[in-house]
Every structure is written in structure tokens, then in C-alpha cells.
Design a protein around this ligand. Structure first.
Ligand SMILES: NC(=O)c1ccc[n+]([C@@H]2O[C@H](COP(=O)([O-])OP(=O)(O)OC[C@H]3O[C@@H](n4cnc5c(N)ncnc54)[C@H](O)[C@@H]3O)[C@@H](O)[C@H]2O)c1
Ligand SMILES: Nc1ncnc2c1ncn2[C@@H]1O[C@H](COP(=O)(O)OP(=O)(O)OP(=O)(O)O)[C@@H](O)[C@H]1O
Length: 529
């Protein structure tokens, strides 16, 4: 049984449904039909004109080019049809709500007494549902905004045409997360009194974790091939067992290292089969990492769902996510095990590849979760990447350059920073959209809100394929027509803070990057008079 803990502030995280991107619109459009016909005509033409001689390379090339064009045209018509269907659906809903609202207003009695009673009633019931402008229907169809009509005039003033001007529309805002039909990830983010919007909650609040029962099972990840890490892990495992009476889990490699040190380490638990890793989360109360940021990334990658709190000890050269000093591990761990502890809730991105050749939804690849970033680049080819990017089905841009980084805010100090992206506090929810060496003068990096779904597609006319990597690992090729879909994952990684998240973040950019280090100008010189 793992221990329980309580967070005094929780964040709201969305969950995207990438598959729904492929869903067809209900309405069939005539241009799709005509395209299908013209595609068929091209096919027929090709059959007639297919060279009988295999040596006729030019004709073969030409016929392949025509097929590619036909495929691309079909893709764009499908996209258009999807957008039109979505627009039509919003228009339909808007008209429906508008006519309902007009009906209610027409029924309003003209005399003052009746009017005030009616208005009192109306104020309590939602009237006009404002559609989620620009939002995809893939999201929860719950409205985010419902207007109510309020009587907001002087109590004794006569009801007349002037009063219409004094009416104030009130509204209600509620928060619906992507693809969430239930209330699990719901949270009120704003309060509203008489039409005034006030933010009620901010996800970048400092979060602290309090143990409700003491942690008992600790999992340690260590950077491989490091003598200093190996020496510390031997010492720490012994201390956790003998002084704290904890159950210790390590990776199979580390168990072998410990046993080679002494057979007394046979109490240490591990796993043999990679499949057992998926069962770790229910058992583990706390994760300790000994290494650099790469070890924290490695530890997070072991958890494909929820992640236990991580206590990262710095044994690398940089350490943006590793605030604890290994020399003081006993004091640090005493404090962490006792609690409460400040944590940085680090968002992760979930990434999903959709293959053009996949004909069925079940032919999808495993979701990948990244703590730093997902990179789509040109790999070893010397060709320019050509990536079409969409945000919630709105076209963003076409990346022509070395590639694109979709980064979390935790990853903002890693590859994205090297590519010119901003550094962002890790608890700011958002997705960084950072190009790598774009071949244009005006391509500035973007920061997108956390609720969006980004789709990056290799167009059919691309000269080369692209390559995706997840936190710098697990490269996969994207062929023409393939797409990467990326959105905020519902499972963040909580890392323990040395002080608190803002202090730790600022310390890491000062110490790690020497951010804005400059000699202070001396006061000895001319002054403003
Ligand atoms: N040009 C670049 O800056 C560049 C190129 C490739 C990869 N990377 C980064 O390396 C990461 C993989 O790290 P690794 O340790 O497994 O590989 P690695 O051993 O090659 O180390 C890469 C470096 O990036 C640092 N780093 C990792 N995450 C960081 C973060 N969130 N903030 C600041 N620095 C961070 C590490 O401390 C390390 O010094 C990737 O996720 C990517 O962000 C950076
Ligand atoms: N338990 C592990 N098993 C396998 N590989 C690991 C493990 N922990 C870390 N790594 C890999 O080892 C590499 C180096 O790790 P890490 O970044 O932690 O150390 P470092 O390079 O010394 O740190 P820094 O870059 O700050 O100097 C990374 O690529 C990481 O993915």
C-alpha cells in the first residue's frame, strides 16, 4: 500500500483526444464528391497512360506526381469540409439560442410589477448560451459561458424603452476540460458578481504537499556509469533502510551494483520485466533521483500515468530540476519524509503520432509523455523541414527550417531556450512553440495556452520526411502525410522544492545559466542633475 498525501492546491489539466481529429464531419460536401470524381478521372487517365515499357521512367514519375497531387487535394478538401461542418454547427446553435432568447423577451409583460417578477425569474435562469468561439467540437460540448439577463435599473424607475439600455447582462462561466464529460478535472476559475469577472484561482500558486500517512516505499533512480552516484546510492539505500525502515526499490542494474557491493543488500526490491514498471505507481510513495536533469526526465518517463512526488538530488553539472545537494541528503530526506514540502507541479505534454497509412483508429501508436519537449526536426537529412502546424484546427504556420520544438514550461530552459524561446516559470501552464533555425526573418517563438491541441503534419509535397524525438530520446520518423498531435497531459510531475518553486527557478537560471550577469556600474561618474 502506498502512503496518502494531500495537496493544498490542485491544478486543472486537460486531456485531449487526438483520435477525434480524424473523425469525419456529419455533412458531406459537394467539393469532396467532385474531388473524388476528379481523382477517379486522374486514376483512369493514369491507367490509360501508364507506360507499357518499364523503362519509361519519366511517365512513371509523372504518374506518381499526379497521384500525390490528387491525394493532397483530397486532404485539403477534407480539412475544408471539417471546418465548414464545425462552422455550420456553431451557427445552428447560435441561431437556436438567439431565437429562444427573443421568444423569452417577447413574452416579458409590459406592466412594471409583472416585469420585475419576470426579470427576477429570468435573472435566475440561463438565457443566452454563448458558443465557444474558435473551439473545436472535439472538446467537451459543455458551454463555458452562459448569459443571464439581469434587471439592473433603478428600483423605482418606470419600465420603458430607456430601461432597455440599463439592462445588464449577467453571465456564468464554468470550466470544461477537453474531452472530459465528468467533473473530474473541473474547476471554477473565475467568480462573477453582477457581470464583473474576477479571477478566483491561479494555477501558478505555490503548492505544498502534506503526508496523510508516512511514506514507506521509496524508488531510487540513478545516473548510470557514474562512480560518485554509485557510492552515494550505496550509502543512501543503507540509511533509508536502517535509519528510516523504508522499503527500497531500484532499477535491476542498480540492484546488481548493490549486490556486487555486499550481499546484505538483498532486501532491495526491483523488477525483472519492463511490463512490471507499469505497476510501480500504486506501490511507490516517493521517487529519489541521483543525477542531473536527464535522470529526472528518465524517472518521469517510467510513469505513463500518474507520477509519485520526486526528490531530485543534483549530481550533474547543471540542475534546473535538481535543487537538492547530495552532501546534505540526510537532512533533506528527513524533512521530505516528515513534510509538508513545497513542490513544483511540472506539466507534461502527451504526444501521439497519426500515420497516414493507418486505416483504422486502433492502428495508432502508444502515447508518449514528455516533461521537457517534443522535437520535430530534419534528422540527418540536409533538406529543409516543411511542417504544417495547426492549433485546434486553426492553421498556425508552415515551419521551413531545421524543425520545431513543442516544449513545456519546464523544458523552456532546455532545447527551446537554445533555439531562442523564452524562459518560463515551470508552473505557468502553456505550450512553447519554438522554431529551430527557421529560414525566415520574422518567425518569433510563440507561447500557446495549455488547453490547445497542436498538430504538426508533414505535407504530402514535402521533399523529405521529418523525425520526432521525445525529451531527446526515442526518435521516430514522420513520413509525408503523417502527423504529430500534442496536448497537455493530465499527469504532471511534482518535484520537491529546496525553498519554493519561484525561488528554486530563479536560483537555477542564476546558477545554471549565469542569467543577466553583469558587473555593477560604479557610482563614481556623471549623474543626472
Ligand atoms: N541545443 C540544445 O540545447 C539541446 C540539444 C538537444 C537536446 N537538448 C536537451 O537535452 C534534453 C535531454 O536531456 P538529457 O540530460 O537526457 O541529455 P544530455 O545528457 O544530452 O543533456 C542535455 C543537457 O540539457 C540539460 N537539460 C535537460 N533538461 C533541462 C531543463 N529542463 N532545463 C535546463 N537544462 C536541461 C541537461 O542538464 C544537460 O546538461 C532534451 O530534452 C533537450 O531539451 C538540448
Ligand atoms: N536511470 C537511468 N537509466 C538510463 N539512463 C539514464 C538514467 N538516468 C539518466 N540516464 C541518462 O543519462 C544521461 C545523463 O544523465 P543526466 O543528465 O542526469 O546527467 P549529466 O549529463 O551528468 O547531467 P548534466 O547534464 O547536468 O551534467 C541522460 O541522457 C539520461 O537520459
Amino acid at each position: 500500500m502506498s502512503s496518502n498525501y494531500k495537496l493544498n492546491h490542485t491544478d486543472s489539466l486537460g486531456n485531449g483526444d487526438a483520435n477525434s481529429l480524424r473523425s469525419n464531419p456529419e455533412n458531406a460536401f459537394s467539393d469532396l464528391t467532385s474531388l473524388a470524381q476528379s481523382e477517379k478521372a486522374v486514376e483512369e487517365l493514369l491507367i490509360q497512360q501508364t507506360p507499357m515499357q518499364a523503362s519509361d521512367d519519366h511517365l512513371i514519375e509523372f504518374s506518381e506526381a499526379l497521384r500525390t497531387v490528387a491525394k493532397a487535394l483530397r486532404g485539403s478538401a477534407e480539412g475544408k469540409a471539417l471546418a465548414q461542418a464545425e462552422a455550420a454547427e456553431w451557427k445552428r446553435r447560435y441561431e437556436l439560442e438567439r431565437s429562444k432568447n427573443l421568444d423569452l423577451l417577447r413574452q416579458a409583460p409590459l406592466n412594471e410589477e409583472a416585469n420585475s417578477m419576470e426579470m427576477d425569474h429570468i435573472a435566475k435562469s440561463p438565457r443566452l448560451h454563448v458558443p465557444e468561439n474558435g473551439k473545436s467540437t472535439r472538446y467537451s460540448l459543455e458551454r463555458i459561458c452562459a448569459h443571464e439577463v439581469l434587471q439592473d435599473c433603478e428600483p423605482n424607475s418606470p419600465i420603458g424603452s430607456n430601461n432597455k439600455l440599463k439592462r445588464k447582462a449577467s453571465f456564468k462561466l464554468s470550466w470544461g476540460c477537453k474531452g472530459q464529460a465528468n467533473d473530474q478535472h473541473k474547476k471554477d476559475i473565475v467568480s462573477f458578481e453582477s457581470g464583473n469577472i474576477t479571477t478566483a484561482d491561479r494555477s501558478s500558486k505555490q503548492i505544498s504537499l502534506t503526508w496523510e500517512t508516512s511514506p514507506q516505499n521509496v524508488l531510487i533512480f540513478t545516473k548510470p556509469k557514474s562512480t560518485s552516484v554509485q557510492v552515494l546510492s550505496v550509502e543512501m539505500v543503507r540509511w533509508l533502510r536502517e535509519q528510516k525502515g523504508l522499503n527500497v526499490y531500484v532499477e535491476p542494474r542498480v540492484k546488481a551494483e548493490l549486490l556486487s557491493e555486499s550481499s546484505s543488500f538483498d532486501f532491495v526490491q526491483t523488477w525483472e520485466d519492463d511490463k512490471e514498471i507499469s505497476l510501480l505507481h500504486p506501490k511507490i510513495d516517493l521517487v529519489i533521483t541521483l543525477g542531473g536533469d536527464g535522470t529526472v526526465l528518465w524517472a518521469a518517463s517510467m510513469f505513463k500515468g500518474p507520477v509519485p512526488p520526486i526528490v531530485p538530488f543534483s549530481m550533474g553539472s547543471l540542475g534546473f530540476m535538481t535543487p537538492f545537494h547530495s552532501e546534505q541528503y540526510r537532512e533533506c530526506l528527513e524533512a521530505v519524509l516528515k513534510g509538508p514540502l513545497s513542490i513544483t507541479l511540472r506539466h507534461r505534454l502527451q504526444c501521439h503520432i497519426i500515420r497516414d497509412k493507418a486505416r483504422h483508429d486502433y492502428e495508432t501508436e502508444e502515447n508518449m509523455l514528455v516533461l521537457n519537449e517534443v522535437t520535430i526536426d530534419r534528422g540527418i537529412t540536409s533538406f529543409l523541414t516543411n511542417l504544417e502546424c495547426y492549433c485546434d484546427n486553426s492553421f498556425v504556420t508552415c515551419v521551413q527550417g531545421d524543425g520545431l520544438i513543442l516544449s513545456t514550461t519546464s523544458g523552456s530552459t532546455a532545447y527551446s531556450l537554445a533555439a531562442g524561446g523564452s524562459m518560463v516559470h515551470p508552473q505557468v501552464p502553456g505550450i512553447l512553440f519554438t522554431p529551430i533555425c527557421p529560414h525566415s526573418l520574422s518567425f518569433r517563438p510563440l507561447i500557446l495556452p495549455d488547453h490547445v491541441t497542436v498538430r504538426v503534419q508533414v505535407p504530402f509535397n514535402s521533399r523529405s520526411s521529418a523525425w520526432v524525438s521525445f525529451d531527446g530520446k526515442g526518435r521516430k520518423q514522420l513520413e509525408a502525410g503523417d502527423a504529430l498531435v500534442c496536448s497537455m497531459a493530465p499527469w504532471p510531475v511534482s518535484t520537491a522544492c529546496q525553498v519554493e518553486s519561484t525561488n528554486d527557478f530563479l536560483r537555477s537560471i542564476h546558477d545554471g545559466l549565469h542569467w543577466n550577469l553583469r558587473k555593477t556600474q560604479s557610482s563614481d561618474g556623471p549623474r543626472e542633475t
